[in-house]
Ligand binder design. Structure first.
Ligand code: 9MR
Length: 364
């Protein structure tokens, strides 16, 4: 099977060798049948969010980003809290460092995020009028997207706008943006980003689409409603970022997720896995068993996703268990250290990394 134009466009400069390798594998796979050949020809770029303190202080962390990633996401430095702690002055210091590193090492970049109800500086939470909120939001997006135009190819334009447990009357999260601008805050953000960088891929990023509890289905429906509304209004939007902070202990609704992916495909939308990790607070303490369970969870999740719709990228929320948000938000009852990511605290690849490498090579 031939690579499509879209597949070629996906390929990062650093992945040319990998793609050549995948093509060689495809010759072997072709003998095994069309499905195997297709899988072998379809590597998916892999990446990670980069946390600035670790990035600055830990050379091994930077080496791991170079070695394992095709895509890098500044974890916190493009958030309002990172850029706008001083209201009149944008602070691009952290974001610029990570962007320069990604460029120097020929990595693609995702921008996270232009609008979120969290990670706001105090002054932004104290805005009081619709006019002020709209002026600040538009100005922010204009300045940030313009600065990285041509360098950041994909933006999480809005992050976590869907209510945790949405109802038909209250589909959206109660944030300063929703309070002052109503549902239109989503449209304003996408419209502005598209105007400033018409070539950027614009994504809505959110979580718990794989949840088996009723909230999962409700959240999927709200996402589809948002996309349809944007489309009806002619506002550019290119895809969904599926965060995929996978709970180790909960059932996943993989059938529901696959139906959702097909619905997104029918709307002409792409998907990306944007914040993958395994919340292992309820998994057994034994590290070998825990790593095995986490890898199995990631594997079954990604296999289900890829079977329904090939994601443009697979990005984990960090690379090493040394630095992760998971133990702060989901502390274990015992004293065992959290193991949510593909490398251990000593940068040794865990079984999860082997799973991710299969998708990265296109041999999954
Ligand atoms: O991992 C991030 C942590 O370091 C920050 O303190 C926090 C607030 O900015 O955000 C964390 O990342 C979140 C991401 O931006 C959006 N989805 C959930 C992530 C984990 O909380």
């Amino acid at each position: 099977m031939q690579q499509t134009e879209a597949d070629r466009n996906d390929a990062m400069p650093t992945r040319r060798g990998l793609l050549r390798g995948a093509a060689a594998c495809a010759l072997t796979a072709a003998a095994a049948g069309p499905d195997a050949a297709q899988a072998a020809l379809r590597p998916i770029p892999f990446g990670s969010a980069a946390e600035i303190d670790a990035f600055r202080s830990d050379a091994r962390y930077r080496e791991a980003l170079k070695r394992y990633c095709d895509v890098i996401v500044p974890m916190n430095d493009l958030k309002w809290q990172g850029l706008r702690h001083d209201r009149p002055r944008f602070d691009f210091s952290g974001a610029d460092e990570i962007v320069a590193f990604a460029q120097a090492n020929r990595k693609a970049l995702r921008g996270h995020t232009l609008l979120w109800g969290d990670a706001l500086p105090p002054w932004a939470k104290e805005m009081t009028t619709r006019a002020e909120a709209e002026r600040e939001l538009v100005n922010h997006i204009e300045i940030v997207v313009d600065r990285y135009k041509g360098r950041i190819a994909t933006w999480d334009v809005v992050n976590e706008v869907i209510r945790y447990e949405p109802s038909p009357d209250t589909p959206l999260r109660d944030t300063i943006w929703q309070r002052l601008l109503g549902p239109e805050h989503i449209e304003i953000a996408f419209r502005t980003a598209a105007r400033v960088d018409p070539k950027a891929r614009l994504v809505l990023n959110d979580f718990l689409f794989e949840e088996a509890a009723p909230a999962g289905a409700a959240r999927r429906k709200v996402a589809l409603d948002i996309f349809r509304r944007l489309r009806d209004k002619g506002i550019p939007v290119h895809g969904l970022g599926i965060q995929a902070h996978l709970y180790g202990e909960k059932d996943l609704d993989l059938d529901g997720l696959q139906r959702f992916l097909r619905d997104l495909d029918a709307l002409g939308l792409d998907v990306e896995i944007t914040e993958l990790d395994v919340i292992d607070w309820k998994l057994p303490a034994d590290p070998v068993l825990r790593d095995k369970l986490a890898a199995a969870r990631v594997s079954s999740f990604l296999e289900a996703v890829v079977a329904a719709k090939r994601p443009k990228a697979i990005v984990t929320w960090g690379l090493t268990d040394r630095y992760s948000w998971v133990p702060d938000t989901f502390p274990r009852q015992d004293s065992a250290r959290a193991r949510p990511l593909p490398l251990d605290t000593d940068y040794r690849p865990k079984p999860m990394m082997a799973v991710l490498e299969r998708f990265r090579r296109g041999t999954a």
